[in-house]
Write a new protein. Structure first.
Length: 224
């Protein structure tokens, strides 16, 4: 079985360090001319966040993307080295460790983060990114829903066998995570630890199961 975790709002919270670092990156690149007003972050791919910001300021998003990505990573590293914190959410460590101990389960990530910044957030929270050998990152597909087949393909490439969609579980805190599972015939576990979506909203979007947080390890393991 392949279990794919979202990062922000699901595994951990960084007290908006990602947004702060993105703002610092654009300030370094363009001064105070660029703002993130009106940009939706929840469940969005980082390249699409950048594209939205660039478009609203008449910046060539594609031409400037690599420079933004590198500067964003530099600013996030600086924040974690100086003041920012990254904290695992309730039950995350216990659940991940219990799943990792199972021979029949492979852990992975399905996230809008770039690999370098996503791994940075996980490490800053005191967890080894190596616990997740399969990953589909925000720069791996044009839309979030397209990341699920990427993760499944990477599983096949790593282990030499395909995995059926009903053997894939996506765990996330937004309706976009639920969609990533449902459109490909995978299961979803929605967790209301993110900043935007309530239990009721996650239930309404069709998640297979919704929990307040991941702290009830035994119950979640039994359901999985």
């Amino acid at each position: 079985m392949l279990i794919l975790f979202d990062i922000d709002g699901t595994l951990l919270l960084t007290n908006r360090a990602g947004l702060t670092a993105m703002q610092a990156a654009t300030k370094e690149m363009y001064g105070d001319l660029v703002t993130f007003d009106g940009v939706d972050f929840a469940g969005r791919l980082d390249p699409l966040i950048w594209a939205a910001v660039a478009e609203s300021h008449d910046i060539d998003a594609e031409a400037e993307h690599d420079r933004f990505r590198a500067e964003y990573a530099r600013q996030l590293r600086k924040l974690f080295d100086e003041t920012a914190t990254s904290n695992l959410l309730p039950g995350v460590r216990e659940l991940v460790e219990a799943l990792d101990a199972r021979d029949d389960i492979t852990l992975g990530l399905l996230t809008g983060n770039y690999p370098e910044t996503g791994e940075m957030k996980i490490a800053a929270a005191g967890m080894d990114p190596g616990l997740f050998p399969i990953a589909a990152w925000g720069c791996d597909a044009p839309l979030r829903r397209d990341l699920t087949p990427v993760a499944m393909q990477r599983y096949e490439e790593k282990y030499g066998q395909a995995i059926a969609s009903d053997r894939v579980l996506v765990i996330g805190d937004t309706i976009h995570d639920v969609e990533c599972a449902s459109v490909h015939g995978c299961r979803s576990l929605a967790v209301a630890t993110g900043p935007k979506y309530s239990i009721e909203e996650l239930e309404a979007c069709g998640a297979d199961r919704v929990v307040e947080d991941l702290s009830d390890t035994e119950s979640i393991l039994n359901w999985i």
